[in-house]
Design a protein around this ligand. Structure first.
Ligand code: CP3
Length: 349
């Protein structure tokens, strides 16, 4: 399939910073910029379930554009969820408000893995349509596509829902490595298919979310996770769009994550960006890393923290300004707009 879009966004601040090229200013976007912090989102979502919303390309385009209109951010992120390709591949999963993904029958034994079918692009044709509609409406603003990384998706599938300890996930990993690797191999293959659908439909960059991988030691990450994430990221080497690799609590994993094949490594607020850059290794851009809770502090504090993040981001060949994790739903959207303006003002070249 040929991309329908006429622009590839290679001159956008987002793509230039991701590639370590000079950008007119530091690009800024926020994980979870669409969603419950915005009254216009809450209004549109009233009475419609999360997965039903995601299957409606017109609603996806509108929700994806809301934060771009309001904040003037440098990128949109497709309104979707990491469990979408899992549901599309046959697993009974729902997104429960206030909880997160809930899996009816968790995957814990060798025969369970088969319930996660190989994803066919037609299983997610509504995502293809949503990306086409959204990119057409966005014009010059690049759209970021995304997928969940094998570890984070496996953790939902094995636990059956969110978990603080990831105990069942680790029990499978240590107790039945063969099943663990079979599950992660299928998740990697499906993530690759899912990202290719989005790239063919016109996204300008992709992000692989490994939100919960910080639960692992570096040794376990290298042994049980890295080969699968690497398969996804290197599988897109010829796709022509920058690849962002993100996790939370990954201070000790940044070196290994830097080897997984991304162009940009996302960093949470625990590791300063200059320190992170040293760990990630040469030639990679960074994304992050304002603490999302800082947005509840007095403006003087926020401003000082934004300046610090921008200063420390200069250690890397390219910096994409973001939070260290998603926007907290109670955040005042006016503060996000003001932070966006401040990043632009302070970084203009
Ligand atoms: O603005 C954006 O970032 C776009 C869309 C987006 C959503 N989920 C929408 C969403 C993205 C990129 C995701 C990815 C996602 N989903 C991740 C990785 C990012 C991260 O935050 O670490 C993870 C771990 C999930 C799983 C998930 N889905 C969780 C933990 C939750 C929150 C549950 C809750 O209600 O607190 C969801 C639901 C979800 N995904 C919502 C949104 C806007 C809230 C549901 C709603 O509005 O009804």
């Amino acid at each position: 399939m040929e991309p329908m879009t006429t622009t590839t966004h290679t001159d956008s601040a987002l793509v230039r910073a991701a590639r370590g090229e000079d950008a007119p200013h530091t690009p800024v976007w926020f994980m979870r910029q669409a969603g419950r912090s915005l009254p216009e989102y809450r209004e549109l979502r009233a009475g419609i379930g999360m997965l039903d919303t995601i299957r409606r390309p017109d609603l996806v385009a509108e929700i994806t554009l809301q934060p771009v209109r309001r904040h003037g951010v440098d990128a949109a992120i497709l309104f979707s969820d990491i469990v979408v390709p899992v549901a599309a591949a046959g697993v009974d999963v729902d997104i429960v408000a206030g909880t997160g993904p809930v899996v009816a029958e968790p995957i814990r034994a060798p025969q369970d893995v088969a319930r996660l079918r190989r994803l066919d692009p037609v299983d997610v044709s509504y995502v293809d349509e949503a990306v086409r509609l959204t990119t057409a409406a966005l014009g010059d603003t690049p759209l970021i596509g995304f997928a969940g990384a094998p570890f984070t998706l496996a953790s939902y599938l094995v636990e059956g829902g969110p978990s603080r300890t990831h105990a069942k996930t680790k029990a499978l990993m240590y107790g039945d490595p063969e099943t663990w690797h079979a599950l992660c191999a299928r998740l990697a293959e499906n993530a690759l298919t899912f990202l290719r659908v989005q790239i063919d439909a016109g996204v300008a960059a992709v992000q692989l979310f490994d939100s919960w991988v910080g639960a692992l030691s570096e040794a376990d990450y290298r042994r049980f996770v890295l080969p699968h994430s690497e398969r996804v990221l290197t599988g897109l080497a010829d796709a022509g769009v920058p690849r962002i690799h993100f996790g939370v609590g990954t201070g000790e994993l940044l070196g290994a994550m830097g080897e997984a094949g991304a162009d940009v490594v996302g960093v949470d607020w625990r590791t300063p960006l200059d320190v992170a850059t040293g760990r990630i290794g040469a030639g990679k851009s960074v994304q992050g890393n304002l603490d999302p809770t800082t947005l509840f502090a007095p403006w003087e504090v926020i401003e000082a923290e934004v300046r610090r993040v921008l200063d420390q981001g200069r250690a890397a060949p390219g910096h994409i300004f973001n939070l260290g994790h998603g926007v907290i739903p109670e955040t005042d959207p006016a503060v996000l707009t003001r932070v966006t303006e401040l990043v632009h003002t302070l970084s203009v070249r």
